[in-house]
Design a protein around this ligand. Structure first.
Ligand SMILES: [Zn+2]
Length: 332
């Protein structure tokens, strides 16, 4: 079964086209309706094709803003290659301001390679896997911590096991020029967008640029500067003389489940570290208070290994099993 998603835009046409992907979605109020997913294609010259997506999770905003601004302002006459840009890839989730789609509960970054006959989220993943990624020489999917996490902003690569592919991804990440560069050597799930691009042998980057369901001004500036440097790295635009050259990043990695701290109790979490802080093995991550029962002592939560705190939970109320924080370690 091929995709049901269609678009009036022409991937082969030069110039700047702004429009939508249309995913048929028949419901009570709209029998022949479609879900519209905004997309821009900007092409000229003979350079490579760069696929850029944000809003894979609807409550992560730095990428959504930066890609919208890019489409609004980019001059097709200045582009050598092709940009395919989707600022709100999981459009129903972005419209709702939620991590997952309100239509099917789907988490787009746990849906690859997708299913054309699944729910809307699986159908979007399938279109990316079978139509967009095969057009691309390079892919970047912009993330943040969403409503439940805060991140130290970083650009990231995900190890594929293919040394040549991983080397090109690392070179692209360094060209992006974020203050922190993280290599994911551990993947909690194989159904990620960047895992799919790895499976297809396409160089890809990710990145977490803020969180808390809001816009990090620092994270947005990192994304906007990084995008200009990345497009210059791939030869789509001239080097921007006004754009600060990339500074050497602090390079980090995540290598296992023991980098993560999970709540052992329900309650109110009091953190005892800040993003960017170095901690030792066994250090206090925080305590969980049983606020409904002041007679009970608070329950300490600990880091298993030494590292740098790059992610912390945002809402204070926690349930047993929630991720409270995770670490990264200097890249070896
Ligand atoms: Zn995300």
């Amino acid at each position: 079964m091929t995709t049901q998603i269609w678009t009036p835009l022409d991937y082969a046409r030069a110039g700047k086209q702004l429009g939508n992907l249309h995913l048929p979605h028949s419901v009570h109020r709209s029998a022949y309706g479609t879900i519209t997913i905004p997309m821009g294609i900007v092409a000229g010259g003979t350079g490579p094709t760069i696929l850029l997506t944000a809003g894979t999770h609807g409550d992560e905003y730095e990428g959504q803003i930066a890609l919208t601004k890019l489409l609004r302002t980019v001059d097709p006459a200045s582009i050598n290659g092709r940009l395919i840009v989707l600022p709100t890839l999981n459009a129903p989730a972005a419209k709702a301001g939620c991590r997952v789609s309100p239509l099917d509960g789907g988490n787009l970054n746990r849906a690859y390679p997708g299913d054309p006959l699944g729910g809307p989220t699986a159908a979007i993943a399938h279109y990316v896997s079978t139509v967009l990624l095969p057009l691309a020489d390079f892919y970047q999917d912009f993330h943040a911590g969403g409503s439940s996490l805060n991140y130290l902003p970083f650009v990231s690569t995900r190890l594929s096991g293919n040394a040549e592919l991983d080397g090109r991804a690392l070179a692209a990440a360094r060209a992006f020029g974020a203050p922190y560069l993280q290599v994911w050597g551990y993947s909690p799930d194989p159904r990620l967008s960047t895992s799919e691009s790895n499976r297809q042998g396409i160089v890809s980057l990710g990145g977490e640029f803020g969180g808390g369901g809001t816009v990090s001004r620092q994270g947005l500036a990192i994304v906007e500067g990084g995008l200009r440097r990345l497009l210059a790295h791939f030869g789509l635009i001239e080097e921007d003389r006004d754009c600060e050259p990339p500074r050497p990043a602090i390079e980090l990695e995540v290598l296992g489940r023991d980098y993560y701290v999970y709540a052992t109790e329900d309650g109110v979490f009091e953190p005892m570290t800040d993003l960017g802080q170095q901690v030792e093995a066994g250090a206090a991550c925080g305590v969980i208070h049983a606020v409904h029962d002041p007679a009970r002592p608070a329950t300490p939560q600990h880091f298993e290994i030494p590292g740098i705190v790059v992610c912390q939970r945002h809402p204070s109320l926690v349930e047993r099993g929630d991720c409270l924080a995770h670490l990264a370690t200097p890249r070896t």
